[in-house]
Design a protein around this ligand. Structure first.
Ligand code: FMN
Length: 173
């Protein structure tokens, strides 16, 4: 069987793709064979020994295509070491630590399909100009004005790398 680990992601504006790339890089530096792919490019999990899947959060949920990926590949994923991550802005709020249990609940629908061996919860990035819907742009501008969310890139590369480094032995189990 192949020894390759798949790191796959669903991203709208690119920040989750960047997190997936960083996870893949750390796993590679730790001696794993890794492929990093957007979920829409993955049709078959047979070539992979383990899978790490992650999504951007919108409306407190993994993106629809990420949940579709979980449903399509549920049977295969239950047979392999599997880890999951999410990227969201709640963890970029002041006092983000106190929101971690709330954010961890965003993983519940994923867990209901396949229980991850490890879960990574990461702050993301918000570029309001990249939000396609005018109503959402307005909502986010207001959130920023009222200090709920801070626009900009809040990805914590050290935390992402630390999670990925700890994954290697978990995925080898
Ligand atoms: C329409 C929309 C809805 C969002 N909803 C949430 C949310 O409910 N909770 C949250 O913490 N972050 C939310 N976010 C923030 C995104 O999860 C965050 O910006 C993430 O880094 C985006 O990932 P991407 O660049 O890969 O698309 C939302 C962003 C957008 C554009």
């Amino acid at each position: 069987m192949s020894n390759k680990i798949l790191v796959t992601y669903a991203s709208r504006a690119g920040s989750t793709a960047g997190v997936a790339e960083a996870i893949g890089k750390t796993l590679t530096e730790n001696g794993a064979q890794v492929e990093v792919l957007p979920m829409q490019d993955v049709t078959d999990l047979t070539p992979y020994r383990a899978v790490v899947a992650g999504s951007a959060i919108q409306a407190a949920q993994w993106l629809p295509q990420a949940m579709q990926f979980m449903q399509t590949h549920q049977a295969a994923l239950t047979q392999k070491p599997f880890a999951a991550f999410l990227v969201c802005m709640t963890l970029a709020m002041p006092n983000a630590g106190k929101y971690r249990p709330f954010v961890a609940d965003f993983m519940q629908p994923v867990r209901a399909l396949v229980k991850p061996m490890s879960e990574g919860l990461f702050a993301g990035a918000l570029d309001i100009r990249k939000v396609p819907s005018l109503a959402d742009r307005l909502k986010f501008r207001l959130s920023v004005v009222f200090g709920v969310w801070k626009a900009g890139d809040h990805r914590d590369w050290a935390a992402i790398r630390a999670w990925a480094a700890a994954l290697k032995p978990v995925l080898a189990a």
